[in-house]
Ligand binder design. Sequence first.
Ligand SMILES: *Cc1c(COP(=O)(O)O)cnc(C)c1O
Length: 357
Amino acid sequence: MTCPRLEIDLDKITHNTRVLVGECKKFGIGIVGITKVSSGMKELVEAIVDGGINIIGESRIGSLKKLKDLDIKKMMIRLPMPSEAKDVVTYSDISLNSELETIIRLSEEAIKLKKKHKVILMIDVGDLREGCFGDDEIFGMVGRILELEGVELIGVGTNLSCFGGIIPSEDNLNTLINIKNQIEERYDIHIPIVSGGNSSSLHLIQNKKIPKGINQLRLGTSLILGTVEINNSRMENTYNDAFKLVTEIIEIKNKPSIPIGQIARDSFGQVPAFEDKGIRKRAICAIGKQDIDIEWMEPQDKDIYILGASSDHLIVDVTDSKIKYGVGNNIVFIMDYVSILNAMTSEHVKKVFFKSE
Ligand SMILES: *Cc1c(COP(=O)(O)O)cnc(C)c1O
């Protein structure tokens, strides 16, 4: 079988999704299934949809294009580039927005295509990534959006813990709910959706502290890994090993643990440090930083550990393993978010989908 390959257990992803859909439903919250890691691969998106999802969210138009035949509501979750307005209207039903110029472009394209495009206005409640900031901007913009023929304002939303590391709290989510109430009052309209963030909001579900009025979360990481990022825990009854990377050993030799000669920068500009552990048995796997991030993966064999990587080589200390590894053997890694994202995007990693149940 081809190496390196990412083996993806679709049943575990469907299971995780079902658990999270159920938990959020208890609080009247619907989930948008964020499929960012899918790179538009249908198998993975369908596994998420099968867990009880009615809307999927994607960050790249290229992926939305690949999913155009999938019969489900789609949300563009990264602020659209004005230049891609036509594609956004063509390939998605809803988009998250914070710039009037872009919304005007979306409206124009929607009119041409005889569509009504749905817009969720992003509000920045403190994380300082995307979103309108301050009352003047927010209320002014709503007034202008309501004048546009091609778009419909269906909600307000926020994103947290992505740039500023700001934790979603009852406080900042109540700010969002208050803004929604004020918009409804001022313009005498109904705003059905209050989209209260990503997987980092899940700790408020766990602790039953999610403010009443939040009725949507956009979940990606937690669907594939079950993780509750803020407190480093997992949702009960979820899997964190749906993605496993199988690599092949191309060299295995006993070598000293400290390089010989004068140390300068490595191939990624860092000056490496080494601890002297004597002679160690080291395996080189045929994969590297082009495809993975070593901070976001760990060997399935608990007796071995990653020493480092360059673009195309991953070096693992296998001295203490009970397994006798040789050239051509496999080393398997349990993958975490960033490595999954990278490996899914790398054309050098084969994707193998299977169902375990
Ligand atoms: C990535 C993303 C999400 C999903 O985040 P997770 O932490 O993976 O759940 C939600 N909303 C937006 C705007 C995003 O960019």
